[in-house]
Design a protein around this ligand. Structure first.
Ligand code: R5P
Length: 313
């Protein structure tokens, strides 16, 4: 097996390499003066089982193109099997036509990755599970749930579990929220969110009795922070004891860090699927937990033809 990384996922790939106890394959990723990407793989990969780690996070277009170009280099270097390990799969929110004459970019990106020559995909908490079906190659969609479950158990002593309330910030996240709440035998609440326009969110109602409860909001993505901060404020207004959040992918664009800092949220826990700038690392309300062990174990199982779903039993 060989493990490679694109520039979007250097740190996470190093942690995965530590978990697997394999070195990262030496790759040069450079830019021509006009910013076109040049890749050279500095080791023989002929006949190898390759795992290439690259999140398609911001700048999404550059990181996606880099992923495609590395895959192309691997195909031309006669790699035996290429698994695109995409911890954060960007463009996933455009997973259906939202109106006339709009694209389905989650499908387009799947086509590009396949066409470039990937043989498998390994990803985590896809925005919508059905995106798996946009690929005609084996695609494993891992869940961040076990990582969050372990962290919550560390943060909230057992005697506090009965006061926990897991909250979905919109109707789309109910299945994910229910699955985690079940592990704690806790209740769930749902925020009825509306988007008057892209990038803006409004809380209409909260479904569930949250007075005096420690609320944990769960989501796959935090982008501008509007959804999360508005939901937290509404929960507090209705008498929640405190509100924290567990979000898989810290997209954290625009005003997100400032919004979180000034919000009623006690803490926002994100994973390391997206490399974060200093401003995020320094924010006292944001904490990162790693998915390296989870992804590393999934890679080990794929390489050895073992069950991946067993990881979530
Ligand atoms: C929406 O369906 C997603 O699960 C997130 O709730 C959304 O992308 C978060 O966006 P923002 O932080 O910009 O409100």
């Amino acid at each position: 097996m060989k493990l490679l990384s694109g520039t979007a996922s250097d740190e996470l790939a190093k942690s995965i390499a530590d978990v697997l106890d394999v070195p990262l394959t030496n790759v040069n990723i450079e830019r021509f003066l006009d910013q076109e990407i040049f890749v050279r793989i500095n080791e023989n990969v002929r006949g190898e089982d390759i795992f290439l780690v690259q999140s398609t996070a911001a700048p999404a277009n550059d990181h996606l193109m880099e992923l495609l170009i590395i895959i192309d280099a691997l195909v031309r270097a006669s790699a035996d099997r290429i698994t695109a390990v995409i911890p954060y799969y960007g463009y996933a929110r455009q997973d259906r036509k939202t109106g006339g004459r709009t694209p389905i970019s989650a499908k387009l990106v799947a086509n590009l990755i396949q066409r470039a020559g990937a043989n498998r995909v390994l990803t985590l908490d896809l925005h919508a599970g059905q995106i798996q079906g946009f690929f005609d190659i084996p695609t494993d969609n891992l869940f961040g749930q076990p990582v969050f479950e372990a962290d919550i158990k560390g943060e909230y002593p057992r005697k506090e579990h009965k006061n926990l309330m897991f909250v979905s910030p919109d109707t789309g996240g109910v299945v994910r929220t229910r699955a985690l709440a079940k592990r704690f035998e806790a209740d769930i609440a749902i925020v009825d969110k509306r988007r008057p326009k892209a990038g803006e969110s409004e809380v209409m109602n909260i479904i569930g009795e949250i007075e005096g409860r420690s609320c944990i909001l769960l989501d796959d993505i935090i982008d501008s922070g509007g959804t999360l901060c508005n939901a937290a404020a509404a929960l507090k207004d209705q008498g929640a004891k405190d509100v924290s959040a567990y979000i898989t992918h810290g997209v954290l664009s625009g005003p997100a860090v400032e919004r979180i800092t000034n919000s009623v949220l006690k803490e926002v826990v994100i994973t390391d699927t997206i490399a974060q700038p200093e401003a995020v690392k320094k924010c006292p309300k944001i904490r990162e937990v790693s998915v390296a062990t989870l992804i590393g174990e999934a890679i080990r199982r794929i390489a050895n033809d073992e069950s991946v779903s067993k990881l979530f039993d």
